[in-house]
Ligand binder design. Sequence first.
Ligand SMILES: O=C[C@H](O)[C@H](O)[C@H](O)COP(=O)(O)O
Length: 284
Amino acid sequence: MASVVSEAAALIEAAKRAACRQAVAENFQPTFKYVGIGSGSTVAYVVEAIAEKGKSVTSTMKFIPTGSGSTNLIRDAGLTVLQVPDLLAEVGFTPGASKQHIDIYFDGADEVDSELNCIKGGGACLFQEKVVSRLSKKFICVADSRKKADALLTKWAYVPVEVAPAAAELVRQTLVDLGSREPVVRIAGPTYTYAITDNHNYIIDAPFPPLLLNAQADRIDPALGRWTPDALAAKIRAVLGVLEVGIFSGMTGPQAAAEGPAAEGVKPVKVYFGKADGGYETME
Ligand SMILES: O=C[C@H](O)[C@H](O)[C@H](O)COP(=O)(O)O
């Protein structure tokens, strides 16, 4: 039994590595100055593939992390860490100018729908990931094919929400009013204390019925808890005590540029799904 489990786990790791190696091969440029690195187990293979390029390529680059885990990942690979506040100090501020200073941002996801909207935060990182995504020219997502879904919350069970501890119960009750079934404050593993994020907050895991696609906004039904990713993200973000919500959606690319900065989304422009046989597929 143990060998069957370890064989399955090895196939999943092979799928993650396949996605990441292809994503780096197709999107990473030696001319990049700033590279965003997300959180979780999958993106570690992105860092591995970049580090393999050697110091002659990476020594002039700075890598922007999305929390303590990715800071350690970057540092352990011998790459240079630059935290977001230091990046913003380094590039300076010109009113009205683009804030997309990071050449590319690689990160994983817990679930991705057919519009490339994602659920993230299963590992308690979501707020700094949104900041780095917003500061990046493009977000390339890497995942194994189990994460691919027609709509969000069909495979993954809940929306992670980062909340101020003092307001956690108030937010939890409001999530029930929005249609969540039994949202819970996340517990940290075997210690039975609340999980604490890199920003010193709690995470509430809020199950909702499967989400619609953003293209199906005419079918939103608050009474049934039926939301699109954009609508649910906006609704939850507006609740007092919420720092951010782990739904990555909104407009990207030319569509966002046409609407202006306020319309900019944080979802990926392309997703690489690795397969157990070492192959991959993409969605964009
Ligand atoms: O909070 C964690 C992040 O959003 C991760 O990017 C996400 O959970 C995917 O993690 P993994 O690659 O370990 O499945």
